[in-house]
Design a protein around this ligand. Structure first.
Ligand SMILES: Nc1ncnc2c1ncn2[C@@H]1O[C@H](COP(=O)(O)OP(=O)(O)OP(=O)(O)O)[C@@H](O)[C@H]1O
Ligand SMILES: [Mg+2]
Length: 482
C-alpha cells in the first residue's frame, strides 16, 4: 500500500503534512482537509487518514479480526480439504470405471471364446454323428414306404397325438412305424441326436426303438403283439379278462421301467404321457412303457400343444395329467407318479379314469371296495387288492409332496404284490399265455421263443443290445424252470 503525502508551508513557517492511505475516499478527505482547513489557518500537524475508522485498532476489534481470520482460514482449509478429497474420489471412480470396463472386456472375450469352443464342439459332434455310423438303424423313406405300402390304411393300427402308427415288417422283424406329423418333426440334426440318445436308453420294460428315418420323422419300434394295456383292460377285440396275477405283475413292471427312466443321467427322463394306452404288451404279456422320450423328439411347443390338446379335447385323458403341472406348468418326475396312480387304479378296476380316485376312496371308506374291483376277474385277493388301491391313491394325491417315492415306497410294495401274484400263478400263466387271450399278431416270430415273460422281472439294468436281452433271458429262464 503506497502513501500519498501532501505538504504545505504556512506563513509561520510551520509545515503541515497530510498522510493518507492510497484509497479514493481517503484521498478526497485529505484533499478537502488541505484545500479547506489549511487556508482558514486551521492547525493540522498531521492528518493520517486511514481507509476505515476500524483501522484504529481496539482490543475487541482485534480479537474479532483474528477470530474472523481464523474462521476464514479454517473455511479455506476445509474447502481445500474437500476439494482434495473430491479430486481423490474422482480419481478413484475413474480408476474403478476403467477396471470395470477392463473386466467386462475380459468377460466378453471369455464368453466369446467359450461360445466358439462350444460351437466348435457341437460342429465336431454333428460332424462325427453324420460321418460315423448311427447307433440306431437308419431307414430310407423308400424302405418305410415299401414297408407301410405307402402308408396304407389297411396297415394303420392307430393314431395318437403325434401321428399315425402302422404295423409292418422291416429286416424280417415285425415292427410298428410311427410317422410324426409334419409340425411335430423338428430339425433333422436335432431329431437325429435325440434318436441317438433314446436308442441308447434301453430297458426290458421299455418299448424298444429299433430305428428311424430322420429325414421324414419316422420312428420304428418293436411290435407289441398284445397291443395296449388300455385295449386289454377294456377288452377290445374280443380279448379275455387279464387275470389279477398278470395285473399285479404288469403294475410292478411299469414301476420298474418308470424308475429306470427317472434315474436317467444326467437328467431324469419324465415320460409326460403315462396312461394305459402307452403301456404295450408283448406276445407274452410282458408290459413295456411306450413313447418314451417322444416329447423330446418334437419341439417343446408341439409337446405342449399335444398335452393341451389332450387336456381339452380328448375326454378322459386329461385325468392322467398331474394337477400341479396343470396349475403351475412345472413338470417333474412326480407328475409321472400321479399318472401312475390313476393307471394303477384302472388296472384293478378296469374303469375309466374320470373321478376314479374319488370313487375308490369312497368305496374304501364305506367298506364296499370289493365292488370296485373289475368284475371280469372272479378270484380277487381282496386284501391285497386293497393294499394295491391304497398305494395307488397315494400316488394320485393332489399335491406332489404327498405322493410316495417311486424307488423307496411304490416299487418295493408293488414287487411284494408281484411276488404274491407269482406264488399264486398257474403254470400256464408263467409262460405268458393267460386263458381266454389271443394275441392279435398274425406274424410268425422267427426269433427265440423264450421271452422276457419267463424272466425274473427285476432287472433295471441298461441293456445295450437286443441280443443281450435274449442272453439274459435265456440264463434266467434256465434258472427258473425246475
Ligand atoms: N410298438 C407298437 N406295437 C404295437 N402297437 C403299437 C405300438 N405303438 C403303438 N401301437 C398302437 O398304436 C396305437 C396308437 O398309438 P399312439 O402312441 O400313436 O397313440 P396313443 O398311445 O393312443 O396316444 P399318444 O399319442 O398319447 O401316445 C395304440 O393303440 C397302440 O396300441
Ligand atoms: Mg402312444
Amino acid at each position: 500500500m503506497s502513501r500519498l503525502i501532501q505538504e504545505k508551508k504556512l506563513g509561520s513557517g510551520r509545515i503541515v503534512a497530510v498522510a493518507i492511505e492510497n484509497n479514493k475516499t481517503s484521498q478526497y478527505a485529505a484533499k478537502w482537509a488541505v484545500d479547506n482547513l489549511l487556508p482558514k489557518d486551521q492547525s493540522l500537524l498531521l492528518l493520517h487518514v486511514r481507509q476505515k475508522a476500524a483501522s484504529i485498532p481496539t482490543p475487541k476489534l482485534q480479537r474479532w479480526k483474528v477470530e474472523e481470520q481464523r474462521k476464514l482460514e479454517e473455511a479455506r482449509f476445509a474447502e481445500e480439504t474437500a476439494l482434495a478429497l473430491a479430486e481423490k474420489e474422482k480419481a478413484k471412480c475413474i480408476a474403478s470405471m476403467e477396471a470395470a470396463e477392463t473386466s467386462q472386456k475380459i468377460a466378453e472375450l471369455e464368453a466369446q471364446k467359450r461360445m466358439n469352443a462350444e460351437s466348435e464342439q457341437k460342429r465336431k459332434t454333428v460332424d462325427i454323428l453324420s460321418h460315423s455310423p448311427a447307433r440306431y438303424r437308419k431307414y430310407t423313406i423308400e424302405e418305410i414306404e415299401e414297408a407301410t405300402k405307402f402308408f396304407s390304411n389297411s396297415l394303420k393300427i392307430g393314431e395318437g397325438g403325434y401321428g399315425p402308427v402302422y404295423r409292418s415288417e422291416l429286416d424280417h422283424t415285425p415292427v410298428a412305424i410311427k410317422v410324426l406329423k409334419p409340425d411335430a418333426a423338428q430339425g433333422r440334426s436335432q431329431f437325429h441326436q435325440e434318436v441317438e440318445v433314446l436308442s441308447c436308453i434301453r430297458h426290458p420294460n421299455m418299448v424298444l426303438l429299433l430305428g428311424a428315418c430322420p429325414e421324414f420323422g419316422c420312428l420304428v419300434y418293436e411290435y407289441m403283439a398284445n397291443g395296449s394295456l388300455d385295449d386289454c383292460l377294456f377288452r377290445r377285440g374280443n380279448k379275455g379278462a387279464l387275470p389279477w396275477q398278470l395285473r399285479f405283475r404288469i403294475a410292478a413292471e411299469i414301476a420298474t421301467g418308470l424308475l429306470f427312466l427317472h434315474q436317467t443321467k444326467p437328467e431324469p427322463l419324465v415320460h409326460r404321457d403315462l396312461k394305459p394306452g402307452n403301456i404295450l404288451l408283448d406276445r407274452n404279456f410282458v408290459s413295456k412303457i411306450s413313447d418314451v422320450g417322444l416329447a423330446r423328439l418334437v419341439p417343446p411347443s408341439v409337446a405342449d400343444t399335444v398335452t393341451q390338446y389332450r387336456m381339452t379335447s380328448t375326454a378322459g385323458t386329461f385325468c392322467y395329467i398331474d394337477p400341479e403341472y396343470q396349475q403351475t406348468g412345472m413338470l417333474g418326475i412326480k407328475s409321472d407318479i400321479y399318472s401312475l396312480g390313476i393307471m394303477l387304479l384302472q388296472i384293478i378296476t378296469a374303469k375309466p379314469p374320470m373321478g376314479l380316485t374319488h370313487h375308490v376312496g369312497r368305496s374304501i371308506e364305506k367298506g364296499t371296495f370289493a365292488e370296485m374291483l373289475d368284475p371280469a376277474v372272479v378270484d380277487w385277493p381282496v386284501e391285497h387288492a386293497l393294499h394295491f388301491a391304497r398305494l395307488a391313491l397315494g400316488c394320485a394325491e393332489m399335491r406332489r409332496k404327498d405322493r410316495p417315492d417311486l424307488g423307496k415306497v411304490v416299487l418295493p410294495e408293488l414287487n411284494k404284490l408281484r411276488d404274491f401274484a407269482e406264488d399264486n400263478m398257474p403254470m400256464m400263466m408263467m409262460f405268458g399265455v393267460p386263458t381266454g387271450f389271443t394275441p392279435r399278431s398274425n406274424y410268425n416270430y422267427s426269433h427265440s421263443s423264450i421271452s422276457s415273460a419267463q424272466v425274473s422281472h427285476r432287472h433295471s439294468l441298461l441293456v445295450v443290445s437286443p441280443a443281450y436281452i435274449i442272453v439274459i433271458n435265456i440264463i434266467c429262464f434256465s434258472c427258473r424252470i425246475p
